[in-house]
Design a protein around this ligand. Structure first.
Ligand code: SAH
Length: 348
């Protein structure tokens, strides 16, 4: 199999050069073109000799993905990218522009094993894990796309399709790549991993020595309601998940965020707000409330504006810091939880 450029360390690429009887420095030149000059086309890397370019073309695989479709929301704040993988599977990423921020929401799997009741991504279950370079390519190619407009990716969130901690090795490899100064060199605090609560994943992640942001998709203040909304939640007691999250906060020094998708009549009542306030009172954390984004075919409803406000007031009174994320990109089905294979199949 050809060596993949995206996802390979500088050392690996330098060893490859030497194994082909070339100077190791050509690997630095290659990466300089790809990441500093924003050029991924080998034929345009003019300070490499024709012989080296031909060798690279024949023996290396860039690891980039085929862009099938690119779709911009009406307000121009969100762009959805649809990629075709080498085995013809499809995956999506979303670019969100907000002020100076250029955030890429990446997918870590095709499909998802979590099967949250409100989310389109898990409706077919898990199809397959993404390889490290398939996660990296989503960000790299959007960064190249932005560079043409003199912009660059500033933040990455692992909130696209898939459960990051059920594809642990590839996700961690991609994070290490994104923060490496040889590649994107992003600051760790600009990277956020969102998990449904895979305890062994959270515990292992705590040992990595990384300081990225960690988010738990909570969606309910107790185990009983949580398992109704997230079938996967049966795997672990909520208490055990929360203990693992607090330990990550201690070790990494990063504050924890909880995502709570508000579903009308299910988890958006005063009773749930009060229970959530009791659960998190006095803890260093933020609750990010996300009103449900309608997914076709699901019999769930958006919460009333007033119940969202009342929910927030309960949290405010208990001094539980909270934010409310209003939808971006829902007109192109690029909002949270709207990335779905089913829908994609009809597109291409
Ligand atoms: N598997 C990971 C990463 C996926 S991102 C996780 O569960 O955290 C998941 C986030 O998208 C959830 O926290 C949820 O808040 C949000 N989400 C998914 N579907 C949604 C929908 N239909 N409406 C609003 N938010 C949704």
């Amino acid at each position: 199999m050809k060596t993949k450029v995206l996802g390979s360390s500088l050392a690996t690429l330098r060893e490859w050069s030497v194994s082909k009887g070339k100077k190791p420095f050509i690997a630095n030149q290659l990466l300089d073109w790809m990441f500093k000059k924003g050029e991924s086309d080998l034929t345009k890397m003019t300070n490499l000799s024709l012989e080296v370019r031909t060798l690279m073309q024949e023996e290396l695989d860039m690891g980039t993905l085929e862009l099938v479709r690119e779709q911009e929301s009406r307000d121009g704040e969100t762009t959805k990218f649809l990629w075709k993988l080498p085995d013809d599977k499809l995956v999506e990423s979303v670019l969100i522009r907000s002020g100076d921020r250029r955030t890429v929401c990446v997918s870590s799997q095709v499909g998802c094993p979590a099967r949250c009741a409100f989310c389109a991504s898990g409706r077919q279950g898990l199809i397959r894990n993404l390889e490290p370079h398939e996660i990296i390519a989503q960000v790299y190619q959007i960064d190249l796309w932005l560079k043409k407009k003199n912009e660059a990716v500033s933040h990455i969130v692992y909130m696209g399709m898939g459960e990051p901690f059920r594809n642990y090795e590839s996700v961690v490899a991609s994070i290490r790549y994104f923060i490496d100064p040889n590649f994107l060199g992003l600051s760790q605090r600009r990277i956020t991993v969102s998990t449904v609560g895979v305890v062994e994943g959270i515990e292992r992640f705590t040992q990595e020595g990384l300081k990225v942001n960690l988010v738990l998709s909570l969606h309910a203040p107790n185990q009983k309601l949580r398992t109704k909304i997230i079938p996967y939640a049966r795997e672990y007691a909520l208490e055990t998940i929360l203990d693992a999250m607090w330990r990550y906060a201690d070790v990494s020094g990063r504050d924890i965020t909880f995502e709570y998708t508000l579903l009308k009549g299910i988890n958006d009542g005063i009773e749930q707000a009060e229970e959530l306030a009791r659960l998190l009172k006095g803890k260093q954390c933020t609750v990010n409330l996300i009103p449900y984004n309608p997914v076709e075919g699901l019999r769930l409803e958006k919460p009333h504006h007033t119940s969202v406000e009342e929910f927030r007031q309960v949290l405010d009174r208990a001094k539980v810091i909270n934010t409310c994320r209003y939808t971006k990109g829902d007109d192109i089905a690029a909002a949270c939880g709207q990335l779905a294979m089913q829908e994609l199949k009809n597109v291409v």
